[in-house]
Ligand binder design. Structure first.
Ligand SMILES: [Zn+2]
Length: 349
Protein backbone atom coordinates (compact mmCIF):
# COMPACT_ATOMS: atom_id res chain seq x y z
CA UNK A 1 0.00 0.00 0.00
CA UNK A 2 1.38 3.32 -1.01
CA UNK A 3 0.33 6.25 1.08
CA UNK A 4 1.62 9.76 1.38
CA UNK A 5 2.78 11.52 4.45
CA UNK A 6 4.06 14.93 5.39
CA UNK A 7 7.59 16.15 4.98
CA UNK A 8 8.55 15.79 8.62
CA UNK A 9 10.22 12.36 8.52
CA UNK A 10 11.69 13.23 5.20
CA UNK A 11 13.18 16.41 6.63
CA UNK A 12 14.69 14.62 9.59
CA UNK A 13 16.09 11.90 7.36
CA UNK A 14 17.45 14.52 5.04
CA UNK A 15 19.17 16.57 7.70
CA UNK A 16 20.68 13.41 9.18
CA UNK A 17 21.97 12.50 5.75
CA UNK A 18 23.27 16.01 5.10
CA UNK A 19 25.06 15.94 8.45
CA UNK A 20 26.61 12.64 7.44
CA UNK A 21 27.64 14.01 4.07
CA UNK A 22 29.18 17.04 5.79
CA UNK A 23 31.09 14.89 8.27
CA UNK A 24 32.31 12.69 5.43
CA UNK A 25 33.33 15.81 3.54
CA UNK A 26 35.34 17.03 6.53
CA UNK A 27 36.98 13.63 6.99
CA UNK A 28 37.92 13.60 3.34
CA UNK A 29 39.54 17.00 3.83
CA UNK A 30 37.23 18.81 1.46
CA UNK A 31 35.55 21.11 3.96
CA UNK A 32 36.66 24.17 2.02
CA UNK A 33 34.91 27.51 2.52
CA UNK A 34 31.60 27.78 0.69
CA UNK A 35 31.42 30.35 -2.03
CA UNK A 36 28.63 32.83 -1.44
CA UNK A 37 27.36 32.74 -4.97
CA UNK A 38 27.93 30.24 -7.73
CA UNK A 39 26.86 31.32 -11.19
CA UNK A 40 26.93 28.95 -14.09
CA UNK A 41 29.07 30.35 -16.87
CA UNK A 42 27.43 29.31 -20.12
CA UNK A 43 24.58 31.38 -21.51
CA UNK A 44 21.09 30.06 -20.81
CA UNK A 45 17.97 29.72 -22.88
CA UNK A 46 15.97 30.26 -19.74
CA UNK A 47 13.60 28.10 -17.79
CA UNK A 48 9.81 27.95 -17.74
CA UNK A 49 8.83 29.60 -14.47
CA UNK A 50 5.34 28.08 -14.76
CA UNK A 51 6.66 24.50 -14.88
CA UNK A 52 4.46 21.91 -13.17
CA UNK A 53 6.33 19.32 -11.14
CA UNK A 54 4.25 17.10 -8.87
CA UNK A 55 3.57 13.45 -8.10
CA UNK A 56 2.38 12.92 -11.69
CA UNK A 57 4.65 15.31 -13.60
CA UNK A 58 8.43 14.85 -13.42
CA UNK A 59 11.09 17.53 -13.74
CA UNK A 60 11.68 18.29 -17.46
CA UNK A 61 14.78 16.50 -18.81
CA UNK A 62 16.74 19.62 -19.73
CA UNK A 63 15.93 21.50 -16.51
CA UNK A 64 19.11 20.75 -14.62
CA UNK A 65 21.24 22.02 -17.53
CA UNK A 66 19.26 25.23 -17.83
CA UNK A 67 18.60 26.33 -14.27
CA UNK A 68 20.83 29.05 -12.81
CA UNK A 69 21.19 28.90 -9.07
CA UNK A 70 22.79 30.71 -6.16
CA UNK A 71 23.87 29.39 -2.77
CA UNK A 72 23.25 31.03 0.59
CA UNK A 73 23.85 30.05 4.20
CA UNK A 74 20.86 30.31 6.54
CA UNK A 75 20.83 31.21 10.26
CA UNK A 76 21.19 27.54 11.26
CA UNK A 77 24.31 27.29 9.11
CA UNK A 78 22.90 25.14 6.31
CA UNK A 79 23.81 25.72 2.68
CA UNK A 80 20.67 26.40 0.63
CA UNK A 81 20.60 26.44 -3.18
CA UNK A 82 17.92 28.52 -4.91
CA UNK A 83 17.08 29.48 -8.49
CA UNK A 84 18.62 32.90 -9.12
CA UNK A 85 15.54 35.04 -9.84
CA UNK A 86 13.53 33.29 -7.15
CA UNK A 87 16.26 34.17 -4.64
CA UNK A 88 16.29 37.84 -5.62
CA UNK A 89 12.51 37.94 -5.26
CA UNK A 90 12.74 36.15 -1.91
CA UNK A 91 15.19 38.76 -0.59
CA UNK A 92 12.72 41.52 -1.45
CA UNK A 93 9.89 39.63 0.21
CA UNK A 94 12.03 39.08 3.30
CA UNK A 95 12.92 42.77 3.49
CA UNK A 96 9.28 43.77 3.15
CA UNK A 97 8.26 41.33 5.90
CA UNK A 98 10.91 42.71 8.24
CA UNK A 99 9.14 46.08 8.14
CA UNK A 100 6.26 44.28 9.86
CA UNK A 101 8.61 42.60 12.31
CA UNK A 102 8.14 39.21 10.62
CA UNK A 103 11.39 37.31 10.25
CA UNK A 104 11.95 34.32 8.01
CA UNK A 105 14.80 32.32 6.52
CA UNK A 106 15.18 29.50 3.98
CA UNK A 107 15.07 25.97 5.34
CA UNK A 108 15.50 24.25 2.01
CA UNK A 109 14.97 25.06 -1.61
CA UNK A 110 16.63 23.17 -4.44
CA UNK A 111 17.24 19.45 -4.11
CA UNK A 112 18.77 17.79 -7.17
CA UNK A 113 17.32 14.56 -8.57
CA UNK A 114 20.67 12.95 -7.77
CA UNK A 115 20.52 14.01 -4.12
CA UNK A 116 16.93 12.77 -3.88
CA UNK A 117 18.00 9.46 -5.44
CA UNK A 118 20.73 9.11 -2.80
CA UNK A 119 18.18 9.67 -0.04
CA UNK A 120 15.83 7.20 -1.72
CA UNK A 121 18.55 4.51 -2.00
CA UNK A 122 19.72 5.12 1.54
CA UNK A 123 16.18 4.76 2.91
CA UNK A 124 15.50 1.67 0.80
CA UNK A 125 18.63 0.01 2.13
CA UNK A 126 17.84 0.90 5.73
CA UNK A 127 14.07 0.62 5.95
CA UNK A 128 12.89 -1.27 2.87
CA UNK A 129 10.93 -0.23 -0.17
CA UNK A 130 7.45 0.09 1.36
CA UNK A 131 8.57 2.56 4.03
CA UNK A 132 10.65 4.52 1.53
CA UNK A 133 7.75 4.91 -0.89
CA UNK A 134 5.66 6.19 1.98
CA UNK A 135 8.06 8.74 3.40
CA UNK A 136 10.40 9.91 0.63
CA UNK A 137 9.41 11.83 -2.49
CA UNK A 138 10.14 9.85 -5.63
CA UNK A 139 13.29 11.18 -7.33
CA UNK A 140 12.31 13.39 -10.27
CA UNK A 141 8.85 14.17 -8.92
CA UNK A 142 9.55 16.78 -6.24
CA UNK A 143 8.92 20.46 -6.90
CA UNK A 144 12.09 21.13 -4.91
CA UNK A 145 14.10 19.88 -7.91
CA UNK A 146 13.18 23.08 -9.77
CA UNK A 147 14.88 25.49 -7.35
CA UNK A 148 11.63 27.48 -7.48
CA UNK A 149 10.10 25.88 -4.38
CA UNK A 150 11.22 27.44 -1.11
CA UNK A 151 10.55 26.12 2.38
CA UNK A 152 10.59 28.97 4.88
CA UNK A 153 11.12 28.84 8.61
CA UNK A 154 10.30 31.46 11.18
CA UNK A 155 12.55 33.43 13.48
CA UNK A 156 10.57 34.45 16.53
CA UNK A 157 12.16 36.61 19.25
CA UNK A 158 15.54 35.79 17.75
CA UNK A 159 14.89 32.04 17.95
CA UNK A 160 14.77 29.73 14.93
CA UNK A 161 11.45 27.89 14.64
CA UNK A 162 12.17 25.13 12.13
CA UNK A 163 10.11 22.06 13.02
CA UNK A 164 6.84 21.73 11.10
CA UNK A 165 4.77 21.04 14.23
CA UNK A 166 6.18 24.20 15.88
CA UNK A 167 5.78 26.41 12.81
CA UNK A 168 2.13 25.48 12.43
CA UNK A 169 1.47 27.14 15.84
CA UNK A 170 1.78 30.61 14.29
CA UNK A 171 -1.12 30.98 11.83
CA UNK A 172 -1.26 34.77 12.26
CA UNK A 173 2.38 35.11 11.18
CA UNK A 174 1.85 32.86 8.16
CA UNK A 175 -1.16 34.97 7.24
CA UNK A 176 1.05 38.06 7.09
CA UNK A 177 3.60 36.22 4.97
CA UNK A 178 1.00 34.76 2.59
CA UNK A 179 -0.56 38.19 2.06
CA UNK A 180 2.70 39.46 0.55
CA UNK A 181 3.71 36.49 -1.60
CA UNK A 182 2.03 37.52 -4.85
CA UNK A 183 3.69 40.98 -4.83
CA UNK A 184 7.01 39.24 -5.34
CA UNK A 185 5.86 36.53 -7.77
CA UNK A 186 5.26 33.74 -5.24
CA UNK A 187 2.23 31.55 -4.54
CA UNK A 188 1.38 29.31 -1.62
CA UNK A 189 1.62 25.90 -3.22
CA UNK A 190 -0.12 23.34 -0.97
CA UNK A 191 -3.47 24.76 0.02
CA UNK A 192 -5.86 23.54 2.69
CA UNK A 193 -8.70 21.55 1.13
CA UNK A 194 -6.91 21.00 -2.19
CA UNK A 195 -4.99 17.90 -1.16
CA UNK A 196 -6.88 15.78 -3.72
CA UNK A 197 -5.32 17.98 -6.43
CA UNK A 198 -1.81 18.71 -5.10
CA UNK A 199 -1.24 15.36 -3.37
CA UNK A 200 0.16 17.18 -0.32
CA UNK A 201 -1.29 18.27 2.99
CA UNK A 202 -1.38 21.97 3.87
CA UNK A 203 2.13 23.44 4.11
CA UNK A 204 2.17 27.13 5.08
CA UNK A 205 5.96 27.23 4.61
CA UNK A 206 6.25 25.85 1.06
CA UNK A 207 6.11 28.74 -1.40
CA UNK A 208 6.62 28.58 -5.15
CA UNK A 209 8.08 31.23 -7.43
CA UNK A 210 6.10 31.76 -10.66
CA UNK A 211 7.96 34.95 -11.71
CA UNK A 212 5.14 37.27 -12.84
CA UNK A 213 3.43 39.01 -9.87
CA UNK A 214 0.25 39.48 -11.96
CA UNK A 215 0.03 35.71 -12.52
CA UNK A 216 0.79 35.04 -8.86
CA UNK A 217 -1.97 37.46 -7.89
CA UNK A 218 -4.49 35.85 -10.24
CA UNK A 219 -3.77 32.36 -8.90
CA UNK A 220 -3.93 33.59 -5.30
CA UNK A 221 -7.15 35.60 -5.75
CA UNK A 222 -8.90 32.63 -7.37
CA UNK A 223 -7.70 30.33 -4.59
CA UNK A 224 -6.39 28.02 -7.30
CA UNK A 225 -3.68 25.45 -7.23
CA UNK A 226 -1.03 25.59 -9.94
CA UNK A 227 -2.47 22.35 -11.36
CA UNK A 228 -5.88 23.93 -11.91
CA UNK A 229 -4.49 27.25 -13.15
CA UNK A 230 -2.46 25.42 -15.80
CA UNK A 231 -5.47 23.32 -16.79
CA UNK A 232 -3.75 20.07 -15.83
CA UNK A 233 -6.56 19.14 -13.46
CA UNK A 234 -10.24 20.11 -13.26
CA UNK A 235 -11.20 21.97 -10.13
CA UNK A 236 -13.60 19.71 -8.32
CA UNK A 237 -13.98 20.16 -4.60
CA UNK A 238 -15.41 17.02 -3.06
CA UNK A 239 -18.44 17.22 -0.82
CA UNK A 240 -17.32 16.26 2.66
CA UNK A 241 -19.70 14.58 5.09
CA UNK A 242 -18.37 14.11 8.62
CA UNK A 243 -21.56 12.37 9.75
CA UNK A 244 -22.10 12.09 13.48
CA UNK A 245 -19.25 10.81 15.58
CA UNK A 246 -18.83 10.31 19.29
CA UNK A 247 -15.28 9.08 18.73
CA UNK A 248 -13.70 11.83 16.65
CA UNK A 249 -13.74 15.58 16.22
CA UNK A 250 -14.06 17.02 12.70
CA UNK A 251 -10.35 17.94 12.87
CA UNK A 252 -9.43 14.32 13.57
CA UNK A 253 -11.69 13.08 10.77
CA UNK A 254 -10.08 15.68 8.51
CA UNK A 255 -6.64 14.19 9.18
CA UNK A 256 -7.90 10.82 7.93
CA UNK A 257 -9.64 12.44 4.93
CA UNK A 258 -6.46 14.31 3.95
CA UNK A 259 -4.70 10.94 3.66
CA UNK A 260 -7.39 9.75 1.27
CA UNK A 261 -7.27 13.01 -0.71
CA UNK A 262 -3.47 12.86 -1.03
CA UNK A 263 -3.64 9.29 -2.31
CA UNK A 264 -6.45 10.20 -4.68
CA UNK A 265 -4.35 12.99 -6.25
CA UNK A 266 -2.15 10.38 -7.92
CA UNK A 267 -5.13 8.82 -9.74
CA UNK A 268 -4.59 10.72 -12.95
CA UNK A 269 -7.73 12.18 -14.48
CA UNK A 270 -10.07 10.89 -11.77
CA UNK A 271 -12.38 13.44 -10.17
CA UNK A 272 -13.21 13.16 -6.51
CA UNK A 273 -16.87 14.01 -5.91
CA UNK A 274 -17.55 13.09 -2.31
CA UNK A 275 -15.97 11.79 0.88
CA UNK A 276 -18.04 10.49 3.78
CA UNK A 277 -17.19 9.25 7.24
CA UNK A 278 -18.94 5.87 7.38
CA UNK A 279 -19.66 5.97 11.11
CA UNK A 280 -18.40 4.96 14.54
CA UNK A 281 -19.82 1.44 14.18
CA UNK A 282 -16.90 0.44 11.93
CA UNK A 283 -14.32 0.93 14.68
CA UNK A 284 -14.72 -2.68 15.86
CA UNK A 285 -12.18 -5.09 17.36
CA UNK A 286 -12.66 -7.28 14.30
CA UNK A 287 -11.88 -4.46 11.84
CA UNK A 288 -8.86 -3.30 13.85
CA UNK A 289 -7.59 -6.89 13.83
CA UNK A 290 -8.15 -7.12 10.06
CA UNK A 291 -6.19 -3.89 9.44
CA UNK A 292 -3.36 -5.04 11.70
CA UNK A 293 -3.16 -8.32 9.79
CA UNK A 294 -2.97 -6.41 6.48
CA UNK A 295 -0.36 -3.90 7.66
CA UNK A 296 3.35 -4.47 7.39
CA UNK A 297 4.95 -4.17 10.83
CA UNK A 298 2.55 -1.52 12.14
CA UNK A 299 0.03 -1.68 14.94
CA UNK A 300 -3.21 0.24 14.87
CA UNK A 301 -5.56 0.90 17.74
CA UNK A 302 -8.40 2.48 15.76
CA UNK A 303 -10.09 1.79 12.43
CA UNK A 304 -11.88 4.28 10.20
CA UNK A 305 -13.93 3.64 7.13
CA UNK A 306 -14.37 6.46 4.62
CA UNK A 307 -16.47 6.07 1.51
CA UNK A 308 -15.99 8.08 -1.67
CA UNK A 309 -17.65 8.84 -4.98
CA UNK A 310 -15.45 9.56 -7.97
CA UNK A 311 -15.54 9.69 -11.73
CA UNK A 312 -12.91 8.08 -13.97
CA UNK A 313 -11.61 9.81 -17.13
CA UNK A 314 -12.62 8.88 -20.69
CA UNK A 315 -9.12 7.56 -21.26
CA UNK A 316 -9.48 5.41 -18.16
CA UNK A 317 -7.24 5.00 -15.16
CA UNK A 318 -5.57 1.76 -14.09
CA UNK A 319 -7.97 -1.16 -13.94
CA UNK A 320 -11.01 1.07 -13.40
CA UNK A 321 -13.82 1.30 -15.98
CA UNK A 322 -13.51 4.25 -18.35
CA UNK A 323 -15.73 7.32 -17.87
CA UNK A 324 -17.53 5.70 -14.98
CA UNK A 325 -19.07 6.81 -11.68
CA UNK A 326 -17.74 4.84 -8.77
CA UNK A 327 -20.00 5.17 -5.75
CA UNK A 328 -19.27 4.30 -2.13
CA UNK A 329 -15.74 3.18 -2.95
CA UNK A 330 -14.18 2.27 0.41
CA UNK A 331 -11.04 3.43 2.16
CA UNK A 332 -9.99 1.79 5.42
CA UNK A 333 -7.47 3.55 7.61
CA UNK A 334 -5.74 2.58 10.81
CA UNK A 335 -4.57 4.99 13.50
CA UNK A 336 -1.20 4.26 15.11
CA UNK A 337 0.16 5.11 18.58
CA UNK A 338 1.31 8.52 17.36
CA UNK A 339 -2.22 9.37 16.29
CA UNK A 340 -1.55 9.43 12.55
CA UNK A 341 -3.74 7.69 10.01
CA UNK A 342 -2.54 5.27 7.31
CA UNK A 343 -4.57 3.90 4.44
CA UNK A 344 -4.43 0.13 4.84
CA UNK A 345 -7.15 -1.17 2.53
CA UNK A 346 -9.18 0.29 -0.31
CA UNK A 347 -11.75 -0.92 -2.78
CA UNK A 348 -15.06 -2.73 -2.41
CA UNK A 349 -15.06 -5.18 0.47
ZN1 LIG B 1 8.77 22.16 0.45
Amino acid sequence: MTVFSGGKNMKKGLSALLALVMIMGLLAGCGSKEEETIKKEESKEGIDYMVLVNKLNPLPDDWEDKVETVHMTNTVGDDVEVEKKAYDAYLKLKEDLEKEDVHVDLDSARRTVEAQQEIWDDFTEQYGEAYTKKTVAQPGYSEHHTGLALDLYLIIDGKDVVENEDMIQYPEIWEKIHAKLADYGFILRYLKGKEHITGYGYEPWHIRYVDDPAVAKEITDKGDTLEVYLGAVKDTDPEIDYGKSELYTEEELDEAMVQVKCQFASWEGCELEALRYAGDEFNTEENIKWLNESAEDKTYSKAIKITSDFHTPKSGYGSFEKDYDYLDYEWWLGCDEEGSWDIVQMGYN
